[in-house]
Design a protein around this ligand. Sequence first.
Ligand SMILES: C[S@@+](CC[C@H](N)C(=O)[O-])C[C@H]1O[C@@H](n2cnc3c(N)ncnc32)[C@H](O)[C@@H]1O
Length: 382
Amino acid sequence: MPRYAILPAPSANRVYAAGAPAMVAAELTVLAEGPLGGRIGEIGIDRIGDLDAIGFTAADLDARDLAALSNLSALSALFERVGGATPEPRDLLRPLVPTRLDRYDDDLISILKYPGKTNEQFTKLLLNVTVWSATGGATTADRRWTVLDPMCGRGTTLNQALMYGWNAVGIDLDTKDFDAYTSFLSTWLKDKRLRHAADTTRIRRDGAVLGRRFDAHIAATKEDLKSGNAQSVSYFNVDTLRSGEMVRAGSVDVIVTDAPYGVRHGSTIPGRGPDRADPERAVAGRSGADRLRRSPTELLREAVPIWARLLRPGGAIGISWNTRVAPRPVALGILADAGLEPLDGPGYDGLCHRVDRTIVRDVVVARRPGGVASDPDELAKR
Ligand SMILES: C[S@@+](CC[C@H](N)C(=O)[O-])C[C@H]1O[C@@H](n2cnc3c(N)ncnc32)[C@H](O)[C@@H]1O
C-alpha cells in the first residue's frame, strides 16, 4: 500500500511548533475518519532523515482527497514515499502538488500581530476539524461555508474563513478589537485593490445604541459584487450573549472560537461578580480588579445554548479553551447540556497542547443533531 509523508510547516510560535506534528496527525485522523471515509489509514509520525513527518497509507489519492489534504493547517509539502532498495524500500520522496483553497495573499492572516492573538495555524486547524465534523461528509474544498466566531477578537478566524473563500461573522465585546480589525481589513482591501463595499453602522434596539457593526462584501469582479456572489464578513461589537439578536437562527454552518483563557484575557459580563464558592470560577491569576469578570467556564455555560441555536441542523461547533480553567469533561458536558452531540475519540482526543506556563489548550467539537448527509460525489462536483 503506498505510503505518504506530510512535512509540517515551521510555525512562528516555537512552543506550538514542538507539538505541531502530533497535532497535524490528530487533525488528519479527524479528516480520515470523517469526510475521507477511511480512505487513508495508518496515520503516525514517520522519521525521515532528522525530520518528523506525518505518515499515512492510502490505496490511491484522487483529486478530492488531495484537495482536502492540501488544506491541512500545517502542511508544507506532501510526498509519496517510493523506490529505493530494501531494507529501506521507501527512501525516495515523490512530490505531490497541493491544491490549496487560499485565494488571497497570506498577509491577510499574518500581518496583524498583538498580544492574545490566537496562533494562525491553530485557528486553521480548529476551523478544519469543525468543518469536517459537520454532517454531510464535506471537506473544506466542497462548498462556501458560513463561519461564526462569537468571540472573534481581532479576527484571526474571520480572516481564515475569507482566505478559504467563505463568509464570516464575528462578535466581540472589546471595542479596541473591533476598531483594530475593521481598520485593518478596510486598509488591506484597499491596498490589495480588491472590489468591495464596507460600512460601519450603529446597532439600535428600542431607541438605545447596543453597539456597532461592520459589514464588508468582497468580490473578484464588479458583477460578482452586484449579483450578490460576493464573500461577506460582518462583525458585531456586542456581548456574545446577544448573538441570538444579531445572527439568524439556523443560518450558520460552523461556529469556531478560542475562548478566553481566564488568565490574561478575562471574560466580561458587566455588573455580575463571581461566586467564590464555585471552584470553576477560581480562575488562576484573578485579582481584586477582576472581580467583575466571570470565569470562561461560566460564560460558556451561558453562551453555548445561545450559539447552538444559530447553527443549521448538522452544523458543528469547535471551541478551544484553557484546560487549567476547566477539565475536558466539563467542556464536553457544556456542549451536551446545550443539546449538541459531542464528538470524542480518535483525532478529537489528540489536540491538547501547551501554549505557555499558564495555558494548556484543548479542543472540543460537537454537532447539532439533524441535517442530511450529502453524497460526497455530488459535493465534489459543486
Ligand atoms: C482568546 S481571545 C480570542 C482571540 C481571537 N481568536 C484572535 O485571534 O484575535 C477571547 C476573546 O473573547 C472576547 N470576549 C470575552 N468575553 C466576551 C463576551 N462576553 N462577549 C464577547 N466577547 C467576549 C475577548 O474580548 C477576547 O477577544
